[in-house]
Design a protein around this ligand. Sequence first.
Ligand code: SF4
Length: 241
Amino acid sequence: MYELEKSDKFNTKLKSCDIESCKGMCCYDGIYLLDGEEKYITAVVKRFKNFFSFLPSDYIVDGNWKNIVTGRKTEIRKYTDVSKEFPKHFNKTLCVFADNEGKCSLQKLAYSLNIHKWTFKPVGCWMHPLKISNGKIIPPPKEQKDDPDYFDKSYPGYSTYTSCGKHHSDGEMYDKVLSEEIEFIQNLPMVPYWPNLDINIDEIIEKNNELLDFININKIGIIPLRQESCPKLDIRDSNKE
Ligand code: SF4
């Protein structure tokens, strides 16, 4: 089980994600994928090709962040309609899976199918602003000087500059705000979970509750459909191949 890293530097108070105001700023550079996630997301996109018709043909590409992080990641596109709090050192770009309001289409698809909201979403995305390192869950630090993605003055950090990862003195302790994410990680039999099951996308959808019986699904399972942001679509029928 992943232990939560404890330290005074993690006495961080957070505010919950508010996509209406942040417009998905944490998605500005897309996401580097874990082993198995590219194959899995590619299968999801193929299965729901009409839903994902807005994607470019190369929606997963080779990435290299300052020669520190390399690997396969989601492609990005230009995006200038950023929020007022958008950090100056972030590029004005957005992951190709995000819509123009910053909402993740992989999560919207799960809502539409009435299955667990993180079923198709890369681990690094739903965990944000938490990280996993050396078998531990690393919370976002309180001080920006401790940001794990500090590079130099031109790029002073990542999570502590995002609206949902920065310290707010009037916020709540991070382990309360992120209790769902922490509990989910701590109960996962493996990371990433769904891509490692080695079953097809239809089975993952059909058996979603059953596959999540390691968690208390009433507590952190399917969340209600949000009509205002994600109208229920009969995607399965409209995308049948
Ligand atoms: S996959 Fe979704 S959550 Fe992750 S960076 Fe792209 S839009 Fe954001």
